[in-house]
Design a protein around this ligand. Structure first.
Ligand code: GDP
Length: 597
């Protein structure tokens, strides 16, 4: 197709507002896939994604659409919906000129709608607002149009009413894509500039780059260079997704598709990098290159220490398809050998842990998650700390800074008071509020990232009875009075329980951990002190009274086989103990404490 007959666009939406259903409908309408070969929902391939309603990997698809006697090539680039993946969202958006912004006609604008719309506007995309699911009896399109004007500042005349389910408005959407979205931009450069907006690993082909050709032409067997990493290689295959991979001899400016080289490891590819030809290289890469930085770290250990190799394989395999996941071997006195893993955010962390459990059949335990702190030491040097154990001694610290987030929270009016109390309990504040409709408001808040790691979302959901939603983007670092909280059992620090907390919260968190440990730890032959400390200050304490443990006492000396069995059972139990100083702590005590803290 000529460049004027190409459109690159994406669909952005809050989870469950119908993106997958609508995408399928567009593929069906353009006969890209026949109805009978359509699986229920084509674009989301992973089970886990389906369950959570989140698209993690973006799959582009090319469609041919006939409009007023001319053929158009429409490239639909799927985007992950959740802002944990905002980096991936931005990369996909960068490959497009326009976006369909989908809003559920019954639910209205939600946190992710706003977050995604902002990302699209930041990329200068043309936005077509689509009010979806208008077939629902509870649909209220007029109210949604009002929200679109008020909250997103988009003209209501621009909106299209549609239903991915019943097919209403699908033709209107396709013609709006052709008529209202601009043809591919930046095509006038003579040299080749190709954006790698995503990549995936395939056992046979190696790394498959998802590409958008902005200018020039790329052919099979061309010698290319990745401008960011400097890697040089040869094009082994290039082509389009339709939706399966279909190879082509060459692809020109404006097109979207895939590219395969000799590169076998995903870690060698930087998403967002620009490819050019070695024979005639571009002078400048495409704008907007940003490296992925994991924001949340946690230690991941096998429950059964024999599973270490299995865990190692699992993490490495997951990373092959997930460039944002980082890991590094670490060991813990309490938990043995494991990995320090870095994630984009909480959701990313949960998904990785869940996949290790399901796809690799592993029982894992993960330590209290930590953000990355910037620590200025007394000697002036600055270090990044993502593990509480590496926080320098208080005497060596000049300043500790922590990452913040800008959260967009949507809540029913009646819950504002409780939400504000929650935000302030989490050391945050509300910057401003905006009315969404008669029943709901949007709060824009600044909060420390570390405060939302554990229960913020659950609390939000419970306060709002499930009607609230939240999304966030990363903000700046800010100084904070942050300290390491150690948990000591019989005066020995237990590394797996250490965490970095705000000084004001050290005592309450310390108390909660000590109480929990007291419940869980088995009594010993001697009295055991359980303490929480900040430096040399004990901020909380509990004590576990002594017990003389005689497992055979119950047997009245009678039944000898039963006695032997019990002794064996005790021996078995000992294997799963971790020795902390004089105290043996059962492995499952760590699990119980870390799960509930
Ligand atoms: P996604 O999370 O945005 O990809 O949303 P899905 O396409 O998976 O749809 C979420 C839910 O809404 C599913 O239960 C769909 O059956 C339903 N749904 C999607 N589109 C429509 C629509 O146009 N009308 C109605 N009534 N339901 C829809």
């Amino acid at each position: 197709a000529e460049i004027d007959h190409i459109r690159n666009f994406c669909i952005i939406a809050h989870v469950d507002h119908g993106k997958t259903t609508l995408s399928d409908r567009l593929l069906e309408q353009t006969r890209t896939v026949q109805q009978r070969e359509m699986k229920e929902q084509l674009l989301d391939s992973m089970d886990l994604e389906r369950e959570r309603g989140i698209t993690i990997k973006s799959h582009p698809v090319s469609m041919i659409y006939e409009h007023e006697g001319k053929e158009y090539l429409l490239n639909l680039i799927d985007t992950p919906g959740h802002v944990d993946f905002s980096y991936e969202v931005s990369r996909s958006l960068a490959a497009c000129e326009g976006a369909l912004l989908l809003i559920d006609a019954a639910q209205g604008i939600e946190a992710q709608t706003v977050a995604n719309a902002n990302l699209a506007m930041a990329q200068d995309l043309e936005i077509i607002p689509v009010i979806n699911k208008v077939d629902l009896p509870s649909a209220n399109p007029e109210a949604i149009e009002h929200q679109i004007e008020e909250i997103l500042a988009l003209p209501r005349e621009d909106t299209i009413r549609a239903s991915g389910k019943s097919g209403i408005g699908i033709q209107d959407i396709l013609s709006a894509v052709v008529n209202r979205l601009p043809p591919p931009r930046w095509a006038i450069f003579p040299q080749a500039r190709v954006l790698v907006f995503d990549a995936t690993y395939d056992a046979f082909k190696g790394v498959i780059c998802y590409i958008r050709i902005f200018s020039g032409e790329i052919k099979k067997n061309d010698e290319i260079v990745f401008m960011g990493s400097g890697t040089k290689t040869t094009v082994k295959e290039i082509g389009r997704f339709s939706p399966q991979m279909i190879s082509e001899k060459s692809m020109t400016a404006g097109r979207t598709g895939y590219l395969v080289t000799a590169i076998k490891e995903l870690s060698q590819i930087k998403i967002g990098d620009t490819i050019t030809l070695t024979s005639e290289p571009a002078k400048e890469p495409l704008p907007g290159y940003k490296e992925v930085r994991p924001m949340v770290f946690s230690g991941v250990y096998p429950l059964d220490t024999n599973d270490y190799t299995k865990l190692k394989t699992g993490v490495a395999k997951l990373q092959m398809n997930d460039a944002a996941l980082t890991f590094q071997a670490e060991s813990s006195a309490a938990l043995g050998f494991g990995f320090r893993c870095g994630f984009l955010g909480l959701l990313h962390m949960e998904i990785v842990q869940e996949r290790l459990r399901r796809e690799y059949d592993l029982d894992i335990i993960s330590t209290y998650p930590s953000v990355v702190y910037k620590v200025t030491k007394s000697d002036g040097s600055i270090i990044n700390v993502d593990n509480p154990l590496f926080l320098p001694d208080p005497g060596e610290i000049e300043q500790v800074e922590e990452p913040t987030i800008r959260a967009t929270i949507h809540t029913p009016n009646g819950c504002i008071g409780d939400i504000l109390a929650l935000v302030s309990e989490k050391r945050g504040f509300c910057d401003h509020t905006e009315t969404v409709d008669a029943d709901r408001v949007m709060l824009v808040c600044t909060l420390p990232l570390n405060e939302i790691l554990i229960d913020f979302n659950d609390r939000l959901k419970s306060i709002t009875k499930g009607y609230g939603s939240m999304d966030y983007e990363l903000g700046d670092y800010q100084p904070g009075d942050l300290v390491r909280l150690d948990i000591l059992v019989n005066s020995e620090p237990v590394d797996a329980f250490a965490s970095i907390v705000h000084r004001d919260k050290a005592a309450s968190r310390g108390r909660a951990l000590c109480e929990r440990l007291k419940e869980i730890l088995p009594q010993q032959m001697f009295k055991v002190a359980i303490q929480a400390s900040v430096g040399s200050n004990i901020v909380a304490r509990e004590s576990l009274s002594a017990l003389r443990k005689d497992v055979t006492a119950k047997c009245y000396g009678g039944d000898i086989t039963r006695k032997r069995k019990l002794l064996e059972k005790q021996k078995e139990g000992k294997k799963r103990m971790k020795q902390i100083g004089k105290v043996a702590i059962p492995q499952d005590a760590f699990v119980k404490v870390l799960k509930t803290s």
